[in-house]
Design a protein around this ligand. Structure first.
Ligand SMILES: Cc1ncc(COP(=O)(O)O)c(C=O)c1O
Length: 423
């Protein structure tokens, strides 16, 4: 049967919200400028220090004998701890897979909680230093669920302007009055808080590590302000769990303010090599989320393989602090090396290292030239960051070797020269 597409009708669909249209405009720019393949790269195998990747178009057109995949140095993975693929974690997940199957076939509140979920949540809380923790199907779902459940139309929320999209979306659902404060600007935040009546319920919401810039929230000062102005604090530590602070316990542990943070949220798919998200805090607030947050009540629980595998990951992180030492050594080598080349890493102070570039065209050219040299990096442009701040984003990992880093820096320098960004 002939498959006819009614293009007129499809064109009618391209209306959407302002944001949808902005996204679509970016897609059209990728398409018009031949950069679309960079957004459609396909992977095979476990993303460690190296990864096998190919353009989707080459995978689709390859016949059986052709092998479009190439091995690359991976500077674009959230596998900060390098624990993805660790045999001890895989063994635990495999046993759980055989015993429990692929899914719980249920939501947490009804028939989706196994002993593995309960044990993992207890272990996660111990690891983070909180009384209790609960898990969600993603970090995105955790933020949406927590903000929607805890903040209401009667509340004021002060949110760092560079907070993750899941926070923006969660706050929209909550219908709270949201005031964005300039990125990490403590004086400005103080000024805003001073103008809010003392009795008004208020929250300060911030990423722990900012996902595009790689800088860190100034949590000790935020805690002081929260005390002074009687505000609650919610921290999204998606990029810090298993990647920052002692043994990877995150930004509150780094600043030694765990007890002062009301709710910590995070992801289980970055430094921790699984999938899902979490909220952690006091027993009472976790119970409130168990019985009052939509992502816990109305969405399937994590596959049992995840709590089984990640319980082992937490043991490894506790017992092998050298993992974090290696991660931060690698991060510093990369960052200092890039600075020495003469490129701008912004205010990076974590395993996320941006390289700020003049515009998105150069950003994509840079990423493509590195790709040709078998170095995988992610190009980032609007709407993920503002139009004037296009960049490459590199992610350090404990799995990178000294040779990987040397080779990467050599190629970054070569490409920067080729694009006339340095002499
Ligand atoms: C700061 C931040 N919060 C939340 C998330 C969402 O986490 P997940 O990928 O587990 O949904 C991300 C994802 O990259 C993130 O960068």
């Amino acid at each position: 049967m002939e498959n006819k597409i009614n293009t007129e009708r499809n064109r009618d669909l391209v209306v959407g919200s302002t944001r949808t249209r902005a996204l679509f405009t970016v897609y059209e720019w990728f398409y018009d400028n031949d950069h679309l393949p960079m957004c459609n790269r396909i992977f095979q195998g476990i993303p460690k220090n190296h990864v096998n990747t190919a353009f989707a178009k080459d995978v689709c057109s390859a016949n059986n004998e052709e092998k479009p995949y190439r091995e690359m140095i991976h500077l674009g993975s959230y596998n900060y701890s390098g624990l993805n693929g660790d045999p001890r974690i895989l063994d635990a997940a495999m046993s759980a897979l055989k015993k429990y199957g692929l899914t719980t076939s249920g939501v947490r509140l009804l028939n989706g909680s196994t002993d593995l979920h309960i044990n993992f949540e207890e272990k996660l809380a111990n690891f983070l230093g909180t009384q209790d923790a609960i898990t969600y199907s993603s970090g995105y779902a955790a933020n949406i669920s927590v903000l929607n459940a805890l903040c209401s139309e009667k509340d004021v929320v002060l949110s760092d302007e560079l907070n993750h999209q899941s926070i923006t979306d969660g706050l929209k659902l909550s219908r709270a009055t949201v005031i964005k404060f300039p990125h990490r600007d403590i004086n400005n935040l103080n000024g805003l808080l001073e103008n809010i009546p003392k009795m008004q319920r208020k929250f300060i919401v911030t990423d722990g590590i900012f996902s595009m810039d790689g800088d860190v929230a100034i949590l000790d000062q935020i805690v002081e302000l929260a005390k002074k102005h009687n505000a609650f604090i919610i921290v999204d530590d998606a990029h810090a769990t298993a990647a920052f602070g002692p043994c990877g316990r995150g930004t509150p542990s780094y600043y030694d303010v765990v007890d002062e943070i009301d709710i910590l949220t995070g992801s289980l798919s970055k430094g921790l090599p699984g999938i899902g998200g979490f909220a952690a805090g006091s027993k009472r607030s976790m119970d409130l989320l168990r019985y009052g947050s939509n992502g816990y009540i109305f969405s399937a629980s994590l596959p049992p393989t995840i709590p089984a595998g990640l319980s082992i990951a937490l043991d490894i992180l506790e017992n092998e602090p050298e993992i974090q030492t290696k991660l931060h050594t690698n991060e510093n080598l990369l960052r200092e090396g890039i600075k020495a080349i003469g490129l701008n890493v912004m205010h990076s102070e974590s395993p996320i290292i941006p390289i700020l570039l003049p515009n998105r065209e150069i950003t994509f050219q840079f990423a493509e030239l590195l790709y040709a040299k078998n170095i995988f990096v992610n190009p980032i442009c609007f709407p993920a960051v503002s139009r004037k701040l296009s960049r490459l984003r590199l992610n350090a990992s404990a799995s990178l070797s000294q040779d990987d880093i040397d080779e990467s820096l050599e190629n970054i320098k070569f490409v920067a020269q080729k694009l006339d960004l340095i002499s």
